[in-house]
Design a protein around this ligand. Sequence first.
Ligand code: NAP
Length: 449
Amino acid sequence: MERALRVAVVGSGPSGMYAADALTSQDDIEVSVDVIDKLPSPFGLVRYGVAPDHVSIRSVRDTLDKVLDKPGVRFLGNVDVGTDVTLGQLRTFYDAIILTYGASRDRALGIPGEDLAGSIAATDFVNWYTGHPDMAPDAFTGFLRETTSVAVIGVGNVAVDVTRVLSKTPGEIDWTDMPQHVLEALASSSVTDVHIVGRRGPAQATWTTKELRELGELEQTQVIVAEGGDVGDPASQAAAADKAVARNIAVVADWESRSDDERPRRIHLHFRCRPVEIIGDTRVEGLVVERTELDEQGGAQGTGDTHAIAVDAVIRSVGYRGMALEGVPFDERRNVIPNVDGRVVSNDVPVPGLYVAGWIKRGPTGIIGTNKKDAVQTVACLLEDAASPAFFTALHPDEASVDAALGDAVVDAEGWRRIDQAERSLGAERGRDRTTLWSRDDLLSAARG
Ligand code: NAP
C-alpha cells in the first residue's frame, strides 16, 4: 500500500472521535481520517446533549479535542452529508466510511393530544438550552413564562436533566455556558411543579443514582413521591438484586419517608402511570394516565384505572430515535443501521467499506464511555478488512481529494479553535468560563476570525 488508508468518519460526537482516535493509535496501517460534521462545532451530544451544569461529564470534550490535534486527523465541520455531499460522492474519495451520526430525533408517545400547544419533545428543549443552531433563541421563552406545572414523561437521565434545569434557581445555573437568552428565559420561568411520570416502578427506571440524587439537592425544590413508589412485587424484588437498581430504590424510599421539607417548589414522582391522553382545547390542560401493574418480567400492564394530572405543559422524554441516510441500509424497527460488530450489512451481507459506530449502530443507550468500546470494535473490523489487498482493489477511490468538492464553507480544526476562543472570551465578559455561541452565523464568523 503506497498511500495512507483514507477513512471518513461521519459525525464528530464521542463515537466518531473515539473511532478517529482508535484509527490513528495503531501502527499496522497508516491511516488518514477526516471527521465530518454538519455543524461548525465538533463533539455532538457532548456539546448539544450533556447538560451544561454537568461540568465533569462535559469536560470529556477536552479529551475529544486532543484527537483533532493528532497527525492524520482533520475536522471538516459545516458539511451536511446528504446535502452538501452525498454518501455516493464520499465513497469515491475514501477507502472506508464510518457512520457515527447518532440518533438525534425524538420519539413520539402516539397518544391523543400530543400535538397540542405546550406539548414538546425533550430533545428540542435540550437542544435549545445547550445552544444548538437549529433552535430559535425564543423557542421556549413563552413556554417557560406561561407554564407553572409541567409533566415530564419518562424516567431516564434525559428526564432528570430536563427536570433539574427546570427546577434550578438562576443562581444555580447562571454560571454555566448556556447562551444568555436561555439563562434569561429560565430566570423568568413560572414553573413551580414538575411531575415526572414513569410507566413502571422505581426498580425499572433507567436513570442513574448520581443523577437521580441531584434532584434532592436543589436549593428551592423538594421531591415528593406522589404515587406508585412501592417495590414489593416479584419483578421489582428480583431487579433489586442489582446494586445500581437497589441504590435507585433507596433514593426514592428516602424521599418517600420525608415529611418536613419546606422548599417552595416541587418535583412529584408518579410511578406506574402510563400516559394515555394529553387533554386541552388548543393548549395542554392536563395529562391523563392509567395506573399500571407490573407483570413478572417487569412489563407495565394497564389496569383501566385512569386519573388526570393537572399540568399546563408536557415534555416527552421517552428516548432518542436514529434516522436513515440515503443509500445506507436501515432497520426501521430498531432505528439503527444493520451491522455485525460495526460492519454495515445489507440482507446479512457486509457492504464493502461501510461501517457504523455509536447510537446509530446500537441504539440510544449507554454512557459516553460506552462509545469508546463500541468505536474500538468497529475500527478493529475495519483494520482487519483493510489488511486484505482485495479491500483496496474493490473500492478504487478517486485520487482526488474531497476538499475541492466541498469548497470553502468547511470549518476545519483551526476554525473550531477560533470558535472555542470566541466562546471563552464571551464567557469571560460575564465572569464565566465560556458562553456557547448559538447561531450558525456567529459560529461561522467566529470560525473565520
Ligand atoms: P432512556 O434511558 O431510554 O429513558 C427513556 C424513558 O422513557 C424510560 O423510562 C422509558 O420507560 C420511557 N418510555 C419509553 N417509551 C415510553 C412510553 N411510550 N410511555 C411512557 N414512557 C416511555 O433514554 P434517555 O433518558 O433519552 O437517555 C438516553 C441515553 O443517554 C441513556 O443511556 C442515558 O443514560 C444517557 N444519558 C446520560 C446522562 C447522564 O447525565 N449521565 C444524561 C442524559 C442522557 P420504559 O423503561 O418503561 O421503556
